[in-house]
Design a protein around this ligand. Sequence first.
Ligand SMILES: *Cc1c(COP(=O)(O)O)cnc(C)c1O
Length: 381
Amino acid sequence: MSRVIPFGMPMIGEEERAAVDAVLRNPILVHGPLIKEFEAKFAEHVGAPHAVAVSSCTAGMHLTWMAKGIGEGDEVIVPAQTHVATAHAVELMGAKPVFADAGLDGNIDVGAIERSITSRTKGISVVHYLGAPVDMKAVMELATTYDIPVLEDCALAVGTTIDGVHAGLWGDVGCFSFYPVKHMTTAEGGMIITKDAELADRLGKLRAFGQDRTFQERTVPGVYDIVMLGMNYRINELQAVMGIEQLKKVDGFVAARRINATHLTARLNEIGRVRVLPTDTDIERQSCYCLSVVLDADLESKRIDIVEHLRANGVGTSVYYPSAVPMLTYYRQKYGYTADQFPNAHAISTRSIALPVGPHLDRDDMDYIADAFATALKEIA
Ligand SMILES: *Cc1c(COP(=O)(O)O)cnc(C)c1O
């Protein structure tokens, strides 16, 4: 029996619909109490001292580098194997992203970080690739030695922990995404977490034009001063209330992902001719965003055919990520990078197919995906 298995699916229920509807019956759409409540609840959920809600993960990363005051002449180390947003956040400040290759598991190679550090390095960013934790102890050892701030791109890392400490709490900040197919959604949205109260205060101002006081803090309505250059990167009350409802469910979503990922990984490893990422076997510390199946080198030219075969059988796929970031046209043309500088990131982006393990799917779906994948390999390769 044929199935339809979307790669991703926002898990929106009656609770989110009712909560959004209640907000719409009220004149307060921005600057309201629900944003504060969402920040407090997210902070509690991950064990963070401070949380600042923003309009996207990208916005959060941009604000982080604004807050750190990086600019022309500065360098920030960025994983080659990530979403372009991690690099754009640096580029937008006029600083130079210096790309570090991934290891075979897709996470940044800590040795490559160390080799990239110069006197101009003003930041290190890492991404927990597919929700499998980066070796943050090793990264922080470097960061402490060289006194460089660290940004963790946690867009895929709600539920990722290292020694029981949530991702995003090892570096100076962690930036999360609530885009529809991520672990929880506010349609668009993001959150910055930090242990640094002063930084949190600065990020709060930067997200709202650089105003010295919030809407609630104004004694005279409409009267405020501007103390720094800032953006409008706020979220609204509709997004906040969705986030509050999603937070109640997110542990269940992550648990379902772990069960699906464990089963599908085992099935794919039986099939062979592929390397299944993440390779991390400690499933309880991963958020299990998806599996990235890296085809053996002799199958590279067959990738599109395999994707087509899966699509014809109802299996939605994606690619994480479509190119090593330095090989995207903008970065390649500007800085002249070549693929051989980033062999691992390049191999993953050109030879992998991402398969879904989201909470919209169950064990039977995982078996269906594995069977479809095995048939595709048999017929095509
Ligand atoms: C999705 C994603 C982003 C972008 O998140 P937005 O909230 O859409 O800005 C950034 N980094 C990574 C690793 C992502 O997967």
